[in-house]
Design a protein around this ligand. Structure first.
Ligand SMILES: [Zn+2]
Length: 405
């Protein structure tokens, strides 16, 4: 099938996924018309979209939500009508987008969603709830959700997004139709970005390669100089680990760089949120005594915001450090590419093409077995940080293992 275009064109490198979702959107019309039987089989009330970060899970969810609401009877997801526009922009009255910058989604928030999901859509089609980080639901929250998808309201569609199906409770998994997105190829990303945004194709392909198929990261590398500078930092560590002092300093600067990136993000968001909340609570308004303190009970509300902001900062820092570790693992994968390909035929597949000299040099003085051990050390560090080991401790330990070879 050729790409139906419209809202679907934002979904890069997923022809199979687009075909299934388009068929489901077509079938959803038959469901609303009261059909039973084979024509409606492509549609269901609960979906799980999985795929590695940057593969376009939330883009797919928005495109599908748009197609479900689309006014075009024959080409759902036309991308032109008011319903498509608002669904894609996140302002459609019957599409709820849940994106969290917190480490977890709790029971209270999920109960709120379930209540909203039970309401009839305000327009004529579906009530769609997209949970972008369904893997962040606590077990309690997942059980609240489970009850809702076991007995769905007749015109409600849940779209859950997660990195992989293992991230979800088996009970939820068994009640969802699963759509697995794959990491788009650098060529697919380069084609899409050069067609849609007029970016030079060679440049777009190099960025897509460096971003390892992560579409958002590819865009950041092309447009955001801070991201490009950060990307240049991580692959330096492997060349620094030859002596202990430099290895530990390299570990420290990697963790510092992640903290700096997180701080930049937090400062911008925190100040704005705190200011908005203070205005909403009536701080600094009027001239009478007490106006500086806001309405009764507001100190607690501000305290809650502060707690949420702290949690978000932790997550942002963890994400930045994880990206750096993925870049280092890719550096050693490039080393391995050299080791198995002495003629350089695979040069185009190197992730860090701008570090080809360094990876080549390390390949010449080590063995594939050593390289595999080093990749394992980087993955160990990622696992340790995900399990709440102090980042500096995990990265130092990794640097020392990389040094030992
Ligand atoms: Zn439309």
């Amino acid at each position: 099938m050729t790409n139906p275009g419209g809202a679907w064109s934002a979904l890069i490198g997923q022809p199979d996924g687009v075909e299934r979702l388009h068929a489901a959107a077509v079938a959803s019309r038959a469901v609303l018309a009261g059909d039973r039987g084979a024509t409606v089989a492509a549609m269901t009330h609960a979906w799980l979209f999985t795929g590695p970060p940057g593969s376009g899970r939330s883009t797919a969810a928005r495109a599908f939500a748009a197609a479900l609401q689309c006014a075009d009877e024959y080409a759902p997801g036309c991308g032109q009508c008011q319903d498509c526009h608002t669904a894609l922009a996140g302002t459609h009255p019957d599409v709820t987008l849940v994106a969290t910058d917190q480490l977890t989604i709790g029971v209270d928030q999920t109960r709120g969603l379930v209540l909203g999901a039970a309401m009839s859509p305000s327009r004529r089609r579906w009530q769609v709830i997209v949970v972008e980080d369904a893997d962040r639901m606590t077990e309690g929250a997942a059980n609240v959700l489970l009850k809702a998808i076991e007995e769905p309201a007749p015109r409600t569609v849940w779209i859950l997004c997660a990195p992989s199906s293992q991230d979800m409770l088996p009970t939820i998994l068994s009640r969802c139709r699963h759509l697995a997105l794959r990491t788009p190829s650098p060529d697919a990303i380069a084609d899409a970005l050069s067609a849609a945004e007029g970016i030079d194709r060679t440049q777009a392909r190099a960025a897509a390669q460096a971003a390892q198929g992560h579409i958002g990261r590819t865009r950041a590398l092309l447009h955001d100089s801070a991201a490009a500078a950060g990307r240049a930092e991580a692959p330096k560590l492997p060349s620094e680990v030859a002596d202990i002092g430099r290895a530990l300093r390299a570990a420290q600067s990697l963790v510092d760089a992640a903290a700096a990136e997180a701080k930049a993000v937090s400062e911008t968001l925190d100040a704005k949120e705190t200011e908005e909340l203070k205005v909403a609570l009536g701080y600094g308004q009027g001239k009478g005594a007490g106006s500086a303190r806001g309405v009764a009970g507001s100190a607690g509300i501000l305290k809650d915001l502060e707690t949420r902001q702290k949690r978000r900062a932790t997550r942002t820092q963890r994400d930045a450090l994880d990206r750096a570790l993925i870049d280092i693992a890719a550096f050693y994968r490039d080393v391995l590419t050299h080791q198995f390909d002495p003629d350089g035929a695979a040069a185009l597949s190197l992730v860090h093409q701008d570090h080809a000299q360094q990876t080549h040099a390390i390949a010449a003085r080590s063995t594939p077995a050593t390289t595999l051990r080093r990749i394992e050390a980087v993955l160990d560090a990622r696992r340790a940080i995900a399990a709440n080991v102090a980042p500096l401790l995990a990265v130092e330990s990794m640097a020392l293992t990389l040094r030992a070879g």
